[in-house]
Design a protein around this ligand. Structure first.
Ligand SMILES: NC(=O)c1ccc[n+]([C@@H]2O[C@H](COP(=O)([O-])OP(=O)(O)OC[C@H]3O[C@@H](n4cnc5c(N)ncnc54)[C@H](OP(=O)(O)O)[C@@H]3O)[C@@H](O)[C@H]2O)c1
Length: 279
């Protein structure tokens, strides 16, 4: 099941997240297992410091490179030569000559810095070193600032999104701009197993003979949200992937929509520590 991005590139709706997956055996085994289970989309980042093991697992899987969708992220907040060097380092670590999706990991609070980073991303896109470009943690105002100078619109925005923070207004805006939305932190750092979320989603899960995480990933996919659950546990990697086969009834999707409480468990992008500075 794929999402067609604005430029026609097909992105699998479910992928493997790798934040806090330690470089070395853990990241290697996790990615290799996910690929064997059927995942064809891996989400990593320069800042996760595991690109080397991710790249080695992809290579050793023997699955043709073009069948795997790799996302990585640029730390940004830097000069173009430094960002170029960091991009080349990501490619070398991932053992590839292109990435499928390249994201600005966090917005800077200085719009000119984001605009400069974005123009570098546009260059990479035109050089065909990346099949798609996008942003992460960008609010509507970060995006409208970017649009002042952008010649290519971001194709994806990866943001915190889960039943406690359904991001309905941002999603509506992104839909109107043709930007795909991608969820991170879908399990709310464990919060989905507790309180109103655990109770309500637990009831829905019983109806489908599924787990709470599976219902959440199915809910995201039903809303057109790209999901990238992270797990280093082989059984959970398999369980999470199976969520793509669950078709939720409309009433259940709406019931989960109603669990939104505007609850963030990660940093608020409008109050992030990034900038205004350039290093
Ligand atoms: N762009 C950004 O700024 C940003 C920020 C955060 C995350 N991300 C991306 O989004 C991905 C997903 O977000 P996330 O890692 O924050 O959190 P997540 O996927 O919501 O949750 C991961 C946690 O849930 C556990 N888990 C996974 N599947 C489970 C299951 N079926 N049952 C019970 N527990 C389960 C994992 O444990 P085990 O691993 O021990 O199994 C891990 O502790 C990241 O890995 C990363 O790729 C991006």
């Amino acid at each position: 099941m794929n999402k067609k991005l604005a430029n026609g590139v097909e992105m699998p709706m479910i992928g493997l997240g790798t934040f806090l997956v330690a470089d070395g055996k853990s990241a290697y085994d996790t990615v290799l297992h996910a690929l064997h289970v059927g995942y064809r989309h891996i989400d990593t980042a320069q800042m996760y410091k595991n690109e080397e093991s991710v790249g080695q697992a992809i290579k050793d899987s023997k699955i043709p490179r073009k069948e795997i969708f790799i996302t990585t992220k640029q730390r940004g907040h830097s000069t173009i030569p430094k960002m170029r060097a960091q991009f080349e380092e990501s490619l070398a670590k991932l053992q590839t000559d292109y990435v499928d999706l390249y994201l600005i990991h966090w917005p800077n609070q200085n719009k000119e810095i984001n605009q400069q980073t974005w123009s570098f991303f546009e260059t990479l896109y035109l050089e065909k070193k990346v099949r798609a470009i996008g942003v992460s943690n960008f609010t509507r105002s970060h995006l409208t600032d970017l649009f002042e100078t952008a010649t290519i619109k971001p194709m994806v925005n990866q943001v915190e999104l889960h039943p406690g923070l359904s991001q309905a207004p941002l999603k509506k805006y992104l839909d109107s701009e043709g930007i795909a939305i991608e969820s991170y932190g879908p399990l709310m750092k464990g919060g989905v197993f507790e309180g109103i979320w655990g109770e309500a989603i637990g009831e829905i899960a019983k109806k489908y003979n599924a787990s709470i995480p599976q219902i959440i990933f199915a809910w995201g996919i039903a809303r057109g949200v790209i999901m990238i659950p992270k797990s280093v546990t082989p059984e959970r990697i398999e369980e999470n992937f199976k969520s793509k086969d669950i078709v939720l009834a409309k009433e259940d999707i709406l019931a989960i929509d109603e669990l939104n409480r505007g609850k963030r468990v990660y940093t608020d992008p409008d109050n992030s520590p990034w900038g205004p500075f350039i290093d």
